[in-house]
Design a protein around this ligand. Structure first.
Ligand SMILES: [Zn+2]
Length: 434
């Protein structure tokens, strides 16, 4: 792979409290960031990319999605979570096969790359097909098989989700030098029971796997759990060891002060999904209170079926806005805070903080370049403000993972998008909706 030099670029390093470095030279060598300097490195002979009028930023990290559900975009809108799931989503998902999942994953990854995402955390099934799409595309991902259990009859050795989790762990974890990671997953408290929680938690802790769980997304889920167990979802899952490993709790809309103290004590990461939570009318997660407790909050889109896009710039802006509106405090989540949720905090939640999320020498060159010469981005009094309040995913002109350009000026280097679209039209849509 050739070395790359971004010249005269505005580098937003996300390192420290003053992360903006105008007129910088960012050298990428061997897939890593070699230097960030104010003058050109001597004797450079690789590819030069003109960064004038452009902003270079660490790639965005989407910490909660179900990427194959991209094929359900716009299929069922304006319902609450329970109606949406049981009447619309579950019946279509019952028709899914690996071929549909692979096409949906490739489409979702293409959308993610084109809007600046370089790594994502996914929970779904048919994970071999998701992982094949991840492998082919060059993006980073932490992938988990969401497990559920609706009966008291349980065997860790034969439960299909647990069998798949163990096989994925053996066959895929650490693939391509750690670009691909496998995590454990309990879909949610309300879709399983203590037998599953204890077994999956034990396996994750013994094998050093991350954990991905939906937590207190809706009032009904939260209150039904208290009625059933006399404890909140966060507390009852804690009793079975679910937070005994690096964990991502998605949503946390209804968590209480005690829940937040518990999540802070256990070091649980929270994936905040503001657009999905608003669309399904679930509510607004108490992000300022989570951050005040020192909890690492990252951002997610959730599935495109409840968003309806993978554009993390929408999440960044929404996260910066809704907590101001909800609290009456315009500083509740600052622009820099919001940008941090989608970069460094996301990398931390994925267990990749030493690898990406900041633009410092030695880290992987997971970088995105935005065109700041567009009408909605001028003038630019404050680069971070424009990134958060004015930029869109479509301003991304280049996406690079580990120094490899995966998307540039509307074209993908690893994904054959016309082929994916043909597969969608010829096979996926007829199979699911035909
Ligand atoms: Zn979800």
């Amino acid at each position: 792979m050739r070395d790359t030099l971004f010249e005269n670029v505005t580098a937003v390093t996300m390192d420290g409290d003053t992360p903006v470095r105008p007129d910088s030279y960012v050298l990428v060598s061997g897939g890593r960031i070699a230097s960030v300097t104010d003058s050109p490195p001597p004797d450079f002979s690789g590819e030069r990319i003109d960064g004038r009028g452009k902003v270079l930023l660490p790639g965005l990290v989407n910490c909660h999605t179900h990427i194959p559900m991209t094929v359900l975009r716009g299929y069922a809108d304006d319902y609450d979570l329970q109606t949406w799931l049981t009447k619309y989503i579950f019946p279509v998902e019952a028709k899914l096969d690996g071929r549909c999942v692979r096409a949906g994953a490739l489409l979702g990854i293409a959308e993610a790359l084109a809007s600046g995402t370089t790594s994502f955390t996914d929970m779904y099934y048919f994970c071999d097909d998701i992982l094949a799409a991840v492998e082919e595309s060059g993006i980073k991902a932490n992938v988990s098989r969401g497990t559920s259990l609706f009966s008291e009859d349980f065997s860790f050795e034969s439960h299909p989700g647990c069998v798949e989790m163990r096989r994925l762990h053996r066959e895929w974890d650490g693939r391509d030098g750690g670009r691909i990671r496998i995590e454990a997953s309990i879909h949610a408290e309300y879709t399983s029971n203590p037998k599953l929680w204890a077994a999956v938690a034990e396996y994750a802790a013994e094998n050093g796997l991350g954990m991905h769980v939906h937590l207190s997304e809706t009032r009904k889920e939260h209150e039904d759990c208290i009625a059933k167990y006399g404890a909140s979802p966060a507390a009852i899952l804690d009793r079975y060891g679910v937070w005994g490993t690096r964990a991502v709790a998605a949503h946390c809309v209804r968590v209480t002060g005690d829940d937040m103290d518990l999540l802070a004590a256990r070091g649980v990461n929270v994936a905040h999904n503001p657009v999905s939570n608003l669309k399904l009318a679930s509510g607004i997660a108490p992000v300022p209170a989570l951050l005040a407790r020192g909890i690492n909050v990252a951002l997610g889109t959730d599935s495109v079926a409840s968003n309806n896009s993978h554009d993390l710039f929408e999440e960044i802006k929404t996260a910066a806005l809704i907590h101001k509106g909800a609290s009456g405090d315009p500083r509740a989540v600052s622009a820099l805070d919001a940008l941090r949720l989608a970069t460094f905090n996301g990398a931390r939640a994925q267990g990749r903080a030493d690898e990406c999320g900041r633009m410092v020498p030695g880290m992987d060159a997971d970088l995105i370049l935005l065109d700041f010469d567009r009408p909605h981005l001028v003038p630019c009094h404050n680069v971070v403000s424009n990134l958060v309040y004015s930029a869109r995913g479509s301003d991304v002109v280049l996406t690079m993972v580990r120094g490899r350009i995966l998307y540039r000026d509307g074209a993908f280097t690893t994904i054959d998008l016309p082929r994916v679209r043909r597969e969608l039209e010829d096979y996926v849509l007829p199979t699911l909706f035909g």
